[in-house]
Design a protein around this ligand. Structure first.
Ligand SMILES: C[S@@+](CC[C@H](N)C(=O)[O-])C[C@H]1O[C@@H](n2cnc3c(N)ncnc32)[C@H](O)[C@@H]1O
Length: 201
């Protein structure tokens, strides 16, 4: 997996572009000034850069050292600080709590998806937000990006069941057809699941 992403990110340019993901941007008003934000599976760093430029304290976690290196180079160029965590999500344990955790399009196996959500909700401060967008299982029918493997896609009813059992309030959980325009990697009509979860007190 790490070799796959390193090879994708070794090419020139930025696979998913340099602009922040639309859903993260739309929900960035939820992130208060001075917040500690963690980006899971952040790759080449388009979301982390956007959030860091807003003056937030940003940490970016990813399995790909090549992706993270490109992120660091951009951060340096744009004169913002971002803390890098080069690790597999499966090995990650939060050292402290975060005000907000975000993730876009991390393709995990079903059991790893579940573990990510459990760990992320646990790592949030009370009233903190988890904001994310992933490809739904119906993305099998589209050619706009993402893995052609149902085990790596996300299923709405499973997520609803899981989140209902976790200490969080579901502010948004929906499957939508959107048009992606994110570099060469995500382009065209896509079936995504978008979520905003709030950690309960
Ligand atoms: C499709 S890319 C998305 C990158 C970024 N979130 C974006 O939207 O531009 C998926 C990213 O997840 C990372 N990734 C996949 N599985 C991972 C895991 N188990 N632990 C940590 N990172 C992982 C990959 O290295 C890659 O950077």
């Amino acid at each position: 997996m790490q070799a796959l992403w390193n090879s994708k990110f070794s090419r020139d340019g930025f696979l998913y572009g340099t602009e922040v993901n639309n859903f993260i941007k739309e929900n960035s008003h939820l992130i208060k000034k001075g917040s500690k934000v963690l980006c899971l599976g952040e790759g080449e760093g388009r979301n982390a850069l956007f959030l860091a430029k807003k003056g937030l304290h940003v940490e970016a976690l990813d399995a790909s050292d090549i992706g993270l290196k490109k992120l660091q180079q951009r951060a340096l160029k744009e004169n913002v600080a971002i803390t890098i965590r080069h690790t597999l999500l499966e090995n990650w344990q939060a050292a402290h709590k975060y005000d907000v955790i975000i993730s876009t399009f991390i393709h995990l196996k079903r059991d790893e998806q579940k573990n990510m959500f459990i760990k992320a909700i646990d790592a949030l401060e009370e009233n903190g937000y988890f904001i994310a967008e992933f490809f739904s299982i119906d993305q099998m029918n589209f050619l706009s990006g993402g893995p052609k493997n149902t085990n790596l896609l996300y299923q709405l009813d499973e997520l609803y069941k899981l989140f209902s059992s976790l200490p969080c309030t579901i502010h948004k959980l929906s499957q939508e057809i959107v048009v992606l325009d994110e570099g060469k990697g995500h382009r065209g009509e896509a079936s995504v699941i978008r979520m905003v979860l709030k950690r309960e007190v």
